[in-house]
Design a binder for this molecule. Sequence first.
Ligand code: GLA
Length: 733
Amino acid sequence: MAIVYHQDTRIFTLQTAHTTYQMKVDAYGFLLHLYYGGKTDGDMDYLLTYYDRGFSGNPADVAGDRTYSLDMLPQEYAVMGTGDYRNHALIVHNADGSDCCDLRYVRHQIRDGKYGLTGLPAVSAGEGEAQTLEIVLEDPVSHVQVRLLYGVLAAEDIITRSAVIRNCGSEEIIVEKAASACLDFITGEYDLISFYGRHTMERNVQRTPVAHGSLMIGSLRGTSSHQYNPAVILAEQSATEDAGGCYGLMFVYSGNFQCEAQRDQYEQTRVVMGLQSDKFHYPLGSGESLAVPETVLCYSGEGFGVLSGRYHRLIRKYLIRGRYADCPRPVLINSWEASYFDFSGETILSLAREAADLGIDMVVMDDGWFGKRPDDNSGLGDWQVNEEKLGCSLGELIRRVNGLGVKFGIWIEPEMVSEDSDLYRQHPDWAMRVPGRKPVYGRNQLVLDFSRKDVRDAVFEQICAVLDQGNIEYVKWDMNRSIADVYSAALPAGCQGRVTYDYVLGVYDFLERLMERYPDMLIEGCSGGGGRFDAGMLYYTPQIWCSDNTDAVDRVRIQYGTSFFYPVSVAGSHVSAVPNHQTGRSVSLHTRGVVAMAGTFGYELDPAKLTGEEREEIREQIRRYKDRESVVRCGRYYRLSDPYRDAYAAWMFVSEDKKRVLLSVVMLETHGNMAVTYVRFQGLRPDVLYEDQRTRRRHYGSALMEAGIPMPVEPGEYPAYEMELRAVEDGGS
Ligand code: GLA
């Protein structure tokens, strides 16, 4: 049993293969957190200490016991109004104007299988794979009820948490802040590792000590954002890639979020992960409820590498869905960096001819095929094929592409509207705008009010009418601006504080309907590259375009940061032309290929501009990629260097049976008279001989892991190396 409750002590214990999570209902009905970390046995309520602390108040129930204060006791779901002055998981504004909420234990239930959340993405696992614990807490005065949900995937060392807030009182309340995870640590010194960035430079790694005060990251942009990813690591200060305790918190949501880490007056640490509280004022009438998106927790006592491995498996096996969840993804060529808006049907056809010749599976027609869209200033919202531009119908174009043995994919941006569009001229109130104010533009476009079902239905109908015109096997779903004018013309003033949340659920609803209607279609998420690269989107889109930056050297770092939570099999990565369109840098086709192969592989260039030699190299790249695709997609991924610190970037994949190994290295620095770089492997079987498939040299796993292998010293910028090893079955004589 992964979840155990003892009636006499009122202690809940959640056990996974290597971790333990414990909490207790105390004598007053408060749910106190006891422990989360490496596996333990027995009750751990002995960890709680009680002292009379000045300026830390005592609830009335404790009858004058000044040693009992929620200002310092570790709590499972901290709420405002009980004398806890740290960051809260929940703030409720009551009808009488007060902000109090006093949650006490009411009942609980343990059941097999993993809970789901209506309208929200969530990890899904069956009865033999997971258990659910549901604890109901209630405020005896306002009758605000909170259902705390825990999903325990014991074999995966994963615990998910969510909360459903229900107004069981008779008067309307406003939820001002709602988190799904609140983790209190009585001891320890921690760093918060977060993944910050900007458009074309996403998910840089930042490690900051959690000091007194509060450290907060999050998004107010309507999407999870390029600026901060909704996944963080709380690491013991000594934790490294290979050693030490660290906790992951991954929010399964694609909109405004907030993560706070705080060290309190008694050197305790609290982390809260949930919905962004600014711009969030969610009214709940009597009987209504609000589900807070889930946070996926994981603890590793062996450093970040093990932590990442667990998240990768979870995402691959229990989060992404659909036909492509578990099968090879097509190698694609995208028209964007090949021709931007300047294309015709003939351009797409010639890309398809090139694709057929080079071994590429699919051609994707990116932005510009619809409405009046010669550039990015008009046309969004008018999802009618511009047959004049294509020179034929979409159906005809797809038939001709398919006739070459090439699959066809298309770009859409359903959430957007250009002011210069028929849709906007007919329905200006469908765009989010604050009445009486001029809007904030982003890429000269406005955002459609996807919190409204009528708006979603109308766009859905238009998009389906396009997708029904032929054999479209892939859709790239884009979202190219941050939301500023949060306002829904369909809602009264008192409900505007729910729009950001309803918008995201509207996007999910649209995606769910799209998946249901086109179950065999592959959807790739995108938001100016990686602006909505999160676990919420992955529930609907099994891959996401990692970044609009296709420069191989920048990508090494972007993909490194991405890899802490997300497996390479979900990160879109393409070889593009040089000089690179974002940085102007030129690196070899070989290096570009090595970097792009650590992702869902493809091309973003005009093959007509390639030399015969380059074409041959591309054919070879695709052969290589297809040969190793299953190891990249299903194998265990290891980071072997820190490309922010080391002079080289190195990563590797090991098949589940540890028989196939792929090593990739990119040298980031070039100097005169270079010292030799040695790269040490990980995850091999020490006693097994591995054979280098190129040189036929054999090495024991132990030697490769302990001593490593030397990289060549060669002139030139950013050389890249690959090595494929296979275990020698016969013991290697
Ligand atoms: C975004 C995407 C690009 C491309 C353009 C089209 O920036 O990230 O890949 O699709 O939009 O406008």
